[in-house]
Design a protein around this ligand. Structure first.
Ligand code: NAG
Ligand code: NAG
Ligand code: NAG
Ligand code: NAG
Ligand code: NAG
Ligand code: NAG
Length: 721
């Protein structure tokens, strides 16, 4: 109301002052935009209250939310029309921020649908989600009537195939009508594209993702990631169902998943022999009760450590920990007025996701603060990969050995003892979450585009999701399980989330590559360079995200690359190769699979059956054997650590492996100037050590090179196939 009245005055003012100069045009447009945003802001607060009540299951929550969402579409159309009438090239000249705001206001996305169509969309989506969220008669095995949260919790624990299938079926029965979706909801995308000025839905989605040719890029990237996905899939089939099942579609309920987008629940079937770190994490999460608020507090601790800042206590105090996961954030568009609903369950996945959620909160708070709380710069309908990638990156850091140590989940000494075994397990944990997501995201976008463009004949559409999922994802799903997802129900593209996952590994890689210094704590290093993360948060939606990528990565390039991800998972990739085809690299397999039972005790003797890269340790130990013991320790500790830590995790393997031992040598020279009598021995020791290291590095590099070639070959074969 307030805003509308002021708007009236502004219009009057504009009418009266005829013959405006371009400065006046600009000022007028500016005040109009400010007012439009104020209207949005008022509406945002009311909508947030309604959303909140719906999420926590308050009486009439759904009805109020529907009402608010309907009103929002109508408001958005009006405001867009108003801004359109006031825009002129003159008024926009030389003010980039204003240009940006106007652009976002003029293309608000699906709200431009005709009111009747918009209402149909939000009614369908909200009603479906509400039903799924609050149904109390899911099948949970022993318990017959249970909630969604109990269903999720029990699915993770259940081992009986038939029970799992019945659980999944009880969820499927709650999904909305598929025919209605295909006939009346999905096609709205064509209309929304048109209203926003795009010829095709793909162009429209590209524009919402603000990346030129986003979907093309995503397809291209997937071709390079698919081989790893396929390997993980084959390994799972092998472990769960034996050699005969390899290469065939896996039923999603066997993956203890409702729609196959996350395979974390089957981790215990997949762990390599040495999975000490997983057992400890599992136990310590429970001992420390890192679920609900405590998980969020722990995530906040990581943000504090990174000096990204803390979360205002009121936000935690007003949030609700007795709802369902994944976490939903509700933003009231007022400074620090954010709340979230989550589940209080303790699990590794929830712990990791708490880190993402807390970072998203911080992201929103920071953008809002620096956009002067401008509505459209904080709530734009754009799918920013950076908004997904930075929280994702923080969640990767949550499993960093140093973070685990600080969180008292796994001691660093123990980690350093047999690091690659632990690293492998951590990579598996992360891969089971991210690879199925990437696949699901691209599958869901591709399938929807295929349906919309008529590539799939209409007679076959009804069964086509199942078929597509079997072809593309090697998963056996139902025809309609895609309808449990809010992004699908509201016709939103996943392409931004896909690109976010890719980008998070690029961020990881960019920081990890810089660690050629003495400081090997990646988290500390990120803290020292945290402005790279904070800057995009500050800029929020004031620029397109691709423009910020180059600063974020501290590199010249600004494009998405798959190599960050494939390099991150190299250790897992090699492990899967060995597991699937023990003949390929018999050396590795011997050392991986059959470690002696030299219990992972506290002593600092390197394990002789460590994987090849660790043989550096052994040799280093042998060489300077008759020199000063402390020096030896130094060489082993820093040099060895280094190899272990980064050799598999960055693309600059060669650089790191060659540089570090030398750095270690210099370091020793400086710190031990007094040991004159040992000097000669020491130098001989070091020279021999260096020669051996260089030889080893050369061998490893060659092996790695040939391995890489092999991977490339496989990839090509896979792409061709
Ligand atoms: C489960 O709920 C249904 C209806 O919601 C009811 O008919 C049935 O008796 C309930 N079963 C149990 C075991 O509580
Ligand atoms: C798209 O818009 C056209 C014209 O306004 C309308 O006839 C059609 O029904 C709309 N599509 C859907 C799925 O509502
Ligand atoms: C959490 O929700 C469940 C039902 O969803 C209810 O039985 C329980 O009392 C709630 N606990 C708290 C602390 O509100
Ligand atoms: C916020 O306001 C300040 C001072 O009014 C201005 O300098 C700055 O450009 C504004 N930032 C945005 C993003 O609007
Ligand atoms: C699945 O693959 C088969 C054989 O390659 C193909 O005929 C079919 O059209 C594909 N289905 C979908 C939905 O892509
Ligand atoms: C990315 O970099 C290329 C050249 O390296 C440049 O042409 C392009 O405009 C940049 N894109 C963005 C969004 O900054």
């Amino acid at each position: 109301m307030r805003a509308s009245f002021t708007l009236f005055s502004v219009c009057l003012y504009a009418l009266l002052s005829s013959g405006t100069s371009s400065g006046d045009d600009r000022r007028w447009l500016m005040s109009l935009v400010d007012l439009v945003e104020l209207d949005y802001e008022d509406n945002c607060e009311q909508r947030a209250t309604a959303s909140w009540n719906e999420l926590i299951g308050a009486p009439k929550g759904l009805a109020k939310k529907l009402e608010r969402d309907k009103a929002f579409g109508i408001l958005s159309r009006q405001q867009t029309a108003e801004v359109k009438s006031a825009v002129s090239p003159k008024a926009l000249a030389s003010d980039d921020l204003l240009k940006r705001r106007v652009k976002l206001l003029l293309q608000p996305g699906d709200t431009l649908l005709e009111p009747e169509q918009w209402i149909r969309l939000v009614t369908f989506g909200n009603t479906a989600l509400h039903k799924l969220r609050f149904a109390t008669d899911y099948y949970c095995g022993t318990q017959t009537n249970c909630t969604l949260r109990e269903l999720n919790r029990n699915m993770a624990k259940q081992h009986d195939e038939d029970v799992l299938l019945r659980m999944k079926n009880s969820w499927e029965q709650k999904l909305p009508n598929q025919k209605e979706y295909l006939e009346h909801i999905l096609p709205l995308l064509r209309n929304a594209s048109k209203e926003n000025g795009y010829k095709t839905v793909e162009e429209y989605w590209d524009s919402l993702a603000e990346y030129e040719g986003a979907l093309l890029k995503v397809r291209e990237i997937w071709d390079y990631i698919n081989p790893l996905y396929v390997k993980l899939h084959k390994y799972i089939a092998l472990k769960l169902k034996g050699a005969d099942a390899v290469g065939k579609p896996l039923p999603v309920h066997l993956l203890k998943s409702l729609n196959g987008d996350d395979w974390s629940n089957i981790i215990e079937n997949l762990l390599p022999e040495r999975a000490d770190i997983y057992q400890k994490l599992h136990v310590h999460l429970r001992l420390q009760e890192y679920g609900g608020l405590k998980a969020f507090k722990q995530a906040e601790n990581l943000l504090k450590f990174l000096e990204i800042g803390e979360i205002e206590p009121e936000i935690f105090a007003e949030s609700y920990f007795n709802g369902s996961c994944p976490t939903s954030i509700v933003d009231s568009c007022k400074p620090n007025k954010l709340r979230f609903v989550t589940c209080g369950d303790i699990s590794l996945v929830n712990y990791i996701e708490a880190h993402e959620a807390v970072t998203k909160l911080k992201y929103k708070i920071t953008s809002a603060l620096h956009s002067n709380n401008t509505y459209v710069l904080r709530e734009a309908t754009r799918y920013s990969a950076i908004y997904e990638a930075i929280p994702g990156f923080i969640s990767l850091l949550s499993l960093n050995p140093h973070t685990l140590d600080r969180a008292k989940l796994y001691p660093l000494e123990r980690f350093n003892y047999n690091p690659n075994y632990h690293r492998l397990v951590l990579q598996l944990i992360i891969a089971l979450r991210d690879l199925p997501k990437l696949n699901y995201y691209i599958a869901a976008d591709e399938w929807r585009l295929k349906v919309l463009t008529g590539t799939i004949p209409s007679s076959k559409v009804a069964a086509s999701w199942k078929e597509f999922r079997a072809n593309f994802s090697m998963l056996e799903t139902s025809d309609k399980d895609i309808l449990g997802d809010s992004y699908v129900l509201f016709n939103k593209p996943f392409v931004g989330k896909f690109m976010g996952i890719i980008l998070k590994y690029q961020i990881y890689q960019s920081f990890a590559e810089e660690l050629i210094s003495d400081d090997y704590d990646l988290v500390k290093h990120v803290m020292e360079k945290n402005e790279r993360l904070i800057e995009p948060m500050i800029r929020g939606f004031s620029a397109k995200w691709p423009e910020m990528v180059s600063d974020l990565l501290a590199k010249r390039e600004n494009s998405l690359e798959y190599t960050g991800l494939t390099d991150y998972f190299r250790l897992l990739d090699e492990y899967l190769d060995n597991q699937l085809d023990p003949s390929t690299d018999s050396n590795d397999i011997a050392e991986y699979v059959d470690p002696p039972e030299t219990d992972v005790s506290q002593e600092r003797v390197p394990d002789e059956n460590d994987i090849p890269i660790n043989q550096n340790n052994i040799d280093l130990k042998q060489i300077p054997v008759d020199t000063n013991g402390n020096i030896m320790d130094n060489v082993i500790d820093t040099g060895g650590d280094n190899h272990n830590k980064f050799s598999f995790e960055t693309s600059t393997v060669g650089v790191l492996e060659i540089k570090n031992p030398v750095a270690t040598g210099e370091h020793n020279e400086e710190t031990r100037p007094k040991e004159a009598s040992y000097n000669t021995y020491w130098w001989i020791g070091i020279s021999v050590a260096l020669v051996v290291i260089i030889a080893l590095v050369a061998i490893i590099a060659r092996k790695r090179h040939s391995h890489r070639k092999q991977l490339e070959r496989q990839r090509r074969e896979n792409t061709v196939a």
